[in-house]
Design a protein around this ligand. Structure first.
Ligand code: PAF
Length: 284
């Protein structure tokens, strides 16, 4: 196996130092493991743009709320390694919680604006503080040239771009398109929680996305009309419960009503107990 498995921060630093001394560029793909084709597409993109690709595989406890699915979050490290090897990653960083958060760790990275309070932040108030903290630590450990994130987590992507700008990280953030199942459902590790009946019901998310996209492509610029049509599509599914469907400025995450610049139309929907997200961007 060519893939290097590192569980200690120091091992990663030593390896990356060697690569940099050889003049090689390094890409980072942060993940929480249980990898699927969506993650594989991030690795493929990173491999195409960087000489060496580090993938972190760490279920980050600080981004889960007290009632969320931290213990139940799916894990399969051996399968992850096989996928990473197949897609040409160079190193997987798989630390313990203690390695990432030593006893007494009390320093966090948080964007102090309304950005992390919008959308998913309404029901997950501490989520983005945990994401920014762990990604910031990964940036300090790996010191990548580029870091790759999926557009499915659109708010996370916007927040991390802001963090990189505000904290002057010299790292390029590369956003990668949503990868979907053949029937439209956006790939997610959480899809494994769905029963067969819920899996079918979950199609209401992508159905709403495709409808909204179609309206925007045909020239609709009233964001409220698009959001209402999408909301109706989801409400027609008895197993779905909407957390939010909304149109926001693609950079600030502030609610908008007319599409003028780049707009993110995003949703979070519970299918049974599983909370799924999906979105699309209108360039304006
Ligand atoms: O998107 C994810 O899987 C996580 O939020 C990330 C970026 C790996 C941080 O734990």
């Amino acid at each position: 196996m060519n893939l290097i498995v590192a569980t200690k921060i120091e091992e990663v630093r030593t390896q990356v130092r060697t690569w940099k001394q050889q003049g090689l560029t390094v890409g980072l793909v942060p993940t929480m493991g249980y990898l699927h084709e969506g993650h594989a597409s991030l690795v493929d993109k990173a491999v195409s743009l960087c000489d060496k690709v580090v993938v972190s595989d760490f279920v980050n406890p600080t981004q889960f709320g007290p009632t969320e699915d931290l213990d139940a979050y799916p894990r399969d490290f051996d399968r992850d390694c096989a996928l990473l090897e197949e897609h040409g990653a160079s190193l997987v960083f798989h630390p313990s919680v203690e390695e990432m958060y030593p006893q007494g760790a009390a320093t966090f990275v948080e964007i102090q604006s309304d950005m992390p309070k919008a959308l998913c932040g309404k029901t997950r108030p501490t989520h983005f503080k945990g994401v920014c903290t762990v990604v910031s630590k990964l940036f300090n450990i790996v010191t990548p040239d580029k870091a790759f994130f999926g557009q499915k987590d659109a708010q996370q992507l916007a927040i991390l771009r802001r963090m990189v700008r505000d904290l002057s990280y010299g790292i390029e953030i590369v956003g990668c398109p949503i990868v979907r199942e053949a029937d439209g459902l956006a790939k997610s590790s959480r899809n494994t929680y769905l029963s067969p009946e819920e899996r079918q019901a979950a199609l209401c998310l992508s159905k709403a996305v495709f409808l909204g996209q179609d309206m925007a492509e045909k020239g609709e610029r009233d964001a409220d009309k698009i959001v209402s049509a999408m909301t109706e599509t989801i409400q027609a599914e008895p197993l779905a419960r909407i957390d939010y469907v909304t149109a926001v400025d693609g950079v600030t995450m502030e609610t908008i009503h007319r599409i003028e610049g780049p707009v993110l139309v995003a949703m979070a929907v519970y299918i049974g107990k599983t909370r799924l997200i999906d979105n699309f961007i209108v360039e304006g």
